[in-house]
Design a protein around this ligand. Sequence first.
Ligand SMILES: [Zn+2]
Length: 76
Amino acid sequence: MKAVAIKKGQTKERAPDFKAMGTLRCDSCGEEFIVFHDPTFGDKAAAERQAHWLEKVLAEEHERERKHPDRIQLPD
Ligand SMILES: [Zn+2]
């Protein structure tokens, strides 16, 4: 696993060595997720792609009335 998004406030326990690449806010509920990369990965362009992907995933969860998980694995 190289990249993961973690809900704000849950980051300390869950991504000890990872590098924060940016924050994404859910349009529907305002919850914030931080995109983390493995320190050997750390790719800014990938982080932007993943943020777009995550935006759609979060919106889909609202459509299905599901809660956002604390941690979402991101595609490379
Ligand atoms: Zn939301």
